[in-house]
Design a protein around this ligand. Sequence first.
Ligand code: NIG
Ligand code: FE
Length: 410
Amino acid sequence: MRNSGVLGDIGYLATCKDSGRQADIYPIQDAAIAFENGRIVWVGQESNLPIELGILERFSAGGRTVIPGLVDCHTHLAFSGWRADEFRMRIEGKGYLDIAAAGGGIRKTMAQTRLASEEDLLEHCLTYAQKYLQIGVTAIECKTGYGLSLEAELKLLRVYRQLALKVPQNVVSTLLAAHIIPPDEKCNRECYIKMICEELIPFVASENLASFNDIFVEQGAYTAAEADHILSVGLTHGLIPKLHVDQLSDGGGGELAARVGAISADHLEFTTDKGIEAMSRARVTAVCLPFASLYLNQPPMKARSFLDAGVNVAVATDFNPGSAPCYDLPLAMMLACTMSRMTPAEAVKGATLMASKAIGKDHDYGSIEIGKRANFVELEVPDVEHWLYHFRSDTCSKTWIDGSVFYKKN
Ligand code: NIG
Ligand code: FE
């Protein structure tokens, strides 16, 4: 049978079962996982492995720690060009919004991304998908947002469709046409929003090019009222709302996310207690993006307040050339611990199960449970606490997706 076997000799297994609190990762010592046709059929202590599963091919984790495949639930993967000059300018004292107002920021990446060919953008995405495999990332959410015209946004979605066909990871696409208002003398703010609602969203939905509709709500980007409108139009076409909110100022993002029924609200550095309560009531997943807070010198998201209010907190990279030019998800998890006060167990469940919830995939992956994809990572660490404490960039020794090994450290 293809993609079938038993992965045994697991010293420490964090199953991250979908139950209990976020801190409950339901670890099993001396564990084994059995899988058939790429799906998990049994998990438990190896000594309890049912006899009938003994016929499956055996693989050894050599006593290593195993966690569910990591899920990067927030990236802006398809972009062209870097912005190291802005990194330096911010260190010298310039603000993110001032740089943007002077023509840098998202606009600068937009100009370069529009010029890039579909082939070049795909090549760029393939490079990073390969790097993601080497750190245990088995699913990637990919946003548009650097095209900012009908043709250029569709170009990015086509790149993601190609990417999904070429990499072993599960690729989930999000339309972020409402990232900023693109500079265009012939099409002002109203005209651009009309184009998104009347042309882009219906086409994207009819061609099944994206699952989610995201908006950046901030000064210099979109207002909450515009988000309400664009997201409700998206919903009528089956695109599920997501939000970039409260990143640089309190914009009532938590309340907005609850009101529009967003599956996730991301950033949330300035979200108030009222916003957190609203997200808890509406069961919106919060996405913590430590790189963006760190690179933009913002206060970190208060993950503890969200967790204490019963909100699920995912951890992701926000990988993009401006606010978060880093794809290292385990590093983001370590920073979620130190900056946002998540425990290592919470961060691990945050970058697996909660991240899969943020992209509506928790029925399919995100934990090591019967019926889910056989996606797991073997780590050369004694347990997850030690992993994020003694942080090293080379701890991943094997990445499994759908019951096959796609990365093996030499
Ligand atoms: O998620 N906040 C808006 N968008 C991105 C930054 C994009 C950029 O700076 O290029 C973010 O941080
Ligand atoms: Fe983002």
